[in-house]
Design a protein around this ligand. Structure first.
Ligand code: CTP
Ligand code: CA
Length: 228
């Protein structure tokens, strides 16, 4: 990691974090979800709070939680609920870090009653695309707002992540390397590379999610308040 100089954080700086999975209802008792635990996002919220920055944490279904007094947790279930919460909270946020594993699609309609298995051997579910929260915030951000996203890739990772950085108008993408043993979903360690819109790339060593979160926050604060 690069040398970190102390940064002066302006008063009244607030942050927005998304974390965890989203659940998309199929019927009253079933959903489409993923294995995200929310640990990375909670660690990011805590790292920001440790720097004295109040955080709105928009958290999908997760058994993890945080008690930090500077963190306000907004629990949501679906991608659309997460989108609505972010839209409401974003105007206040100088820094937004979107670490949630948002379901890309949801069932076109959630059945009102439990779906019966019936006599057919196959069943079809029609899915529709969810709104992209990162792309939306990237599109509406003002000059004082920094928006950071994540990218989870299994192949051509750098190329895909750089595409996301551009397409979503993000200031930084945290590229999650699944190829490394001990990195990614369900693990307590991660290996990430930070890709900034200014072209800099910073590869962080394999570290605990807590340490990674601290490094990401240090880099974002340095990028935002150290330049010029
Ligand atoms: N993201 C989001 N809203 C969505 C989908 C993704 O805010 N509906 C955010 C994630 O929180 C993450 C970034 O976009 O910060 C990239 O997510 P990822 O799943 O890696 O990329 P996608 O754009 O969804 O593309 P794909 O899944 O096809 O790789
Ligand atoms: Ca996705």
């Amino acid at each position: 990691a690069p040398e970190q100089q102390p940064v002066a954080i302006p008063p009244n700086t607030k942050a927005l974090i998304t974390a965890g999975p989203t659940y998309e209802a199929i019927d009253p008792v079933r959903f489409i979800g993923n294995f995200s635990t929310g640990k990375m996002g909670i660690a990011l919220a805590e790292a920001l709070a440790e720097r004295g920055i109040p955080v709105d944490l928009v958290l999908g279904p997760s058994k993890e939680s945080t008690q930090h007094p500077l963190i306000t947790t907004h629990k949501v279930v679906s991608a659309r609920e997460m989108y609505d919460a972010c839209e409401r909270l974003f105007p206040e946020a100088a820094i937004s870090i979107l670490s949630a594993a948002v379901a890309d699609f949801r069932p076109q309609e959630a059945a009102a009653e439990k779906i019966k298995k019936g006599s057919e051997d196959t069943m079809q579910l029609t899915l529709v695309k969810n709104p992209d929260i990162l792309a939306h915030l990237g599109a509406i951000k003002n000059a004082g707002q920094t928006v950071v996203g994540f990218a989870l890739e299994t192949n051509n990772e750098l190329e895909h992540a750089l595409k996301k950085l551009k397409a979503k108008n993000a200031d930084m993408i945290v590229l999650n390397s699944l190829q490394e043993a001990g990195a990614g979903f369900g693990h307590d360690t991660n290996k990430v590379t930070l890709l900034s819109a200014d072209g800099t790339q910073t590869a962080l060593p394999l570290q605990s999610k807590k340490e990674i979160a601290k490094s990401i926050v240090d880099c974002v604060l340095a990028l935002k308040y150290n330049n010029a």
